[in-house]
Design a protein around this ligand. Structure first.
Ligand SMILES: Cc1cc2nc3c(=O)[nH]c(=O)nc-3n(C[C@H](O)[C@H](O)[C@H](O)COP(=O)(O)OP(=O)(O)OC[C@H]3O[C@@H](n4cnc5c(N)ncnc54)[C@H](O)[C@@H]3O)c2cc1C
Length: 362
């Protein structure tokens, strides 16, 4: 006989960890599986060091519950004002550690690492089995809608024309303050004039260390560092501890759900009767030229993500969170940041558990 589990969460990044913990805390036996060897996803394994989408433009938290619990567990870090937005600096290794600890401390929750999604069986518009488990509900937190791909559920996709990939790496031994956009521009201008693709530099929690997001090719990173050493004061001794520079994809796939969140909803700060997560992050597109373009919400506003954007259309027991929620290309360009992924993940876990109360078929 097949093993049975109430809820399977596929993907152990920000969204999946939140979804699994909240589903299990709602009293449902839960299984989290990921093809990676450990929890963390993009937030833990890509060198990123700032959590975006947690705050409104006054620097106040937009979501409580699991989002607050997770971010507080990252340490006593204070939000930082970056241009018109607030972000929370964090250490990626701490992100993985907190995710692992919260998963391990949750009753009713089992995890499977190095476990790619292999099969899903749909009968009568319900997923009845996934990776050999008999299931009650499934939450797709893969960022690329892998459950939907297997089950034939319709999706939208972002690609490199709106979400270009980047190489993320720490740049250590920098002895120059970059405490304003103008100070950063002074560093980046010579690089641009020399013909390098765009580089984005952010402060990190480590002393004299910046987080660099580079939209050129991986093999150009050593040239960029050598250029900075030769031409920019304060960067003479800069270096990176990395020897390989994997490119990380911003693009993803969004599952069409019972409501499709639009770019207009985001920019108008729209609220919904079934709103389950709040976000004020701008629409952030990364063009093929590697340049970021921001469209901001009106001052003092945020938008909501409705529960219907977390429920797939056509498959009654499929839910989604993080980068796979039902959203247009412009809307996901805001809602894909990790603060929103934590919030939609937590909500999807609760929604899937409630779904089983009203529709207990397994
Ligand atoms: C270059 C770059 C810079 C960014 N900068 C920031 C930033 O500064 N701040 C911010 O908040 N956000 C940033 N983001 C966005 C953010 O990191 C992601 O959108 C977010 O982490 C997505 O979270 P998630 O949980 O939806 O997916 P992920 O964290 O990507 O997790 C998906 C998980 O699913 C697993 N998976 C995928 N397919 C399968 C499968 N077939 N079987 C089993 N498991 C599978 C993966 O292994 C992965 O662990 C950035 C993204 C990129 C690429």
């Amino acid at each position: 006989m097949k093993a049975a589990v109430d809820i399977v969460v596929v993907g152990g990044g920000a969204a999946g960890v939140a979804a699994a913990v909240c589903a299990a805390r709602s009293g449902r036996s839960t299984l989290l599986l990921d093809r990676r060897p450990a929890a963390g996803g993009t937030g833990g394994f890509s060198g990123l060091t700032t959590l975006c989408g947690l705050y409104n433009d006054a620097g106040e938290s937009l979501n409580d519950g699991f989002v607050r619990e997770f971010t507080q567990a990252l340490g006593q870090n204070a939000p930082v004002h970056m241009g018109r937005v607030w972000v929370l600096p964090y250490r990626p290794e701490k992100f993985c550690e907190v995710a692992t600890r919260l998963l391990a401390a949750t009753r009713n929750l089992q995890t499977r690492w190095n476990a790619p999604l292999t099969d899903a069986i749909v009968e009568n518009s319900r997923i009845v089995s996934l990776n050999g488990f008999t299931v009650g509900a499934v939450i797709d937190c893969t960022g690329s809608a892998e459950v939907a791909r297997l089950t034939g559920v319709k999706c939208l996709a972002t690609d490199e024309t709106t979400q270009s990939p980047a190489v993320v790496f720490p740049l250590c031994n920098v002895s120059r303050d970059l405490d304003s956009p103008a100070a950063v521009a002074q560093v980046l201008l010579p690089l641009a004039r020399a013909g390098f693709p765009p580089l984005n530099l952010q402060a990190s929690l480590e002393a004299n260390t910046l987080t660099a997001k580079f939209t050129g090719r991986a093999e150009q990173v050593p040239e960029v560092i050598a250029f900075l050493q030769r031409n920019v004061s304060g960067f003479e001794n800069c270096r990176t501890p990395l020897t390989e520079f994997p490119s990380v994809s911003r693009a993803g796939r969004m599952i069409i759900g019972q409501y499709l969140l639009t770019g207009s909803d985001v920019l108008a700060g729209r609220k919904f009767p079934d709103g389950i997560a709040q976000c004020a992050w701008p629409v952030e597109q990364w063009g093929p030229d590697g340049v970021a373009r921001f469209k901001y919400l009106p001052a003092g506003t945020h938008y909501e993500i409705p529960a219907r954007s977390l429920r797939a259309a056509g498959v009654a027991n499929l839910f989604m969170a993080g980068k796979t929620i039902s959203a247009e290309v412009d809307a996901i360009a805001s809602a894909r940041v990790m603060g929103c992924c934590l919030a939609t993940g937590a909500a999807a876990g609760v929604l899937a558990a409630r779904h089983l109360e009203s529709s207990p078929t397994r």
